[in-house]
Design a protein around this ligand. Structure first.
Ligand code: ZN
Length: 258
């Protein structure tokens, strides 16, 4: 699944592609018509915001296109002179009139909201602080964790978008690796400073990936392979209720009470 850094990069790609002129907006696929994307036709894009893995395209007239592509959706940009009808036929939304033709396909969430609805939307409001926001405050995430997640593993907490929005599987392993903490450590056993360090390390890795386009891979999906730092075999195990996998180096990231 694209993580917060990929969504910021996507927003940076879409903004210039859509330009400043009023856009022709259509919905070749019935799912897009169901989402009400026709209401955006003829409007200019004002800006694109991101919050964690959510993309919010804000149009003139106080309308917002909310997209969450998760693992199944994708956005494409195409040259207007060469994009064929077949390419766009399956799109849930097509936006034309900017330097590129922009289309979105599939995914769990594509819907049009008024700005007022977006502000009051329960799903958006339940999100934790955006890890990539300029005014991000690790202390805010720490307080959320201390309020209700003390018995959960560090990687599980980093994956919980209600506690911190943006990190996914990569950063739930790479953040703890950068801070030399075991991803299965229960957060209740970690000091405030340890937690602040791993939150900051996770955010720094994501910020680096926004700029470089390269996500870290020191432990993620490297089970059995040698640690890049010490050569020990990387380990992996399921974490949390959804049994997603976390990875770590047993020598560089020992359990605190082992
Ligand atoms: Zn190691």
């Amino acid at each position: 699944m694209p993580e917060g850094d990929s969504i910021v990069r996507l927003a940076r790609r879409l903004r210039p592609a859509l330009g400043e002129e009023p856009l022709r907006v259509s919905a070749p696929h019935p799912r897009g018509r169901l989402a009400g994307v026709g209401a955006l036709d003829g409007r200019r894009l004002e800006r694109i915001d991101t919050h964690g893995k959510h993309l919010l395209l804000r149009f003139e007239g106080e309308l917002v296109l909310h997209s969450h592509i998760a693992m199944t959706g994708r956005w494409g940009t195409f040259r207007p002179e060469s994009v064929g009808e077949r390419t766009l036929r399956a799109a849930w939304i097509v936006l034309e009139g900017g330097p590129k033709v922009v289309a979105e396909y599939r995914g769990p969430t594509l819907r049009v909201l008024t700005a007022l609805q977006a502000r009051g939307d329960l799903r958006l409001r339940s999100l934790g602080p955006d890890a990539l926001a300029p005014d991000f405050d690790p202390g805010h995430v720490l307080r959320r964790i201390r309020r209700g997640a003390q018995d959960r593993a560090l990687a599980d907490v980093l994956l919980d978008q209600r506690l911190i929005a943006g990190p996914g599987l990569i950063y739930a392993s790479e953040g703890p690796a950068a801070a030399r903490l075991h991803p299965l450590e229960l957060v209740g056993t970690l000091s405030d400073q340890c937690l602040l360090d791993v939150i900051a390390a996770t955010r720094d890795l994501m910020l680096e990936a926004v700029e470089s386009g390269r996500q870290p891979k020191t432990v993620q999906s490297r089970k059995g392979k040698p640690c890049l730092r010490c050569g020990s075999a990387i380990e992996g195990a399921a974490v949390g209720d959804h049994a997603r996998r976390a990875y770590w180096c047993p020598a560089c990231q020992p359990r605190l009470r082992a």
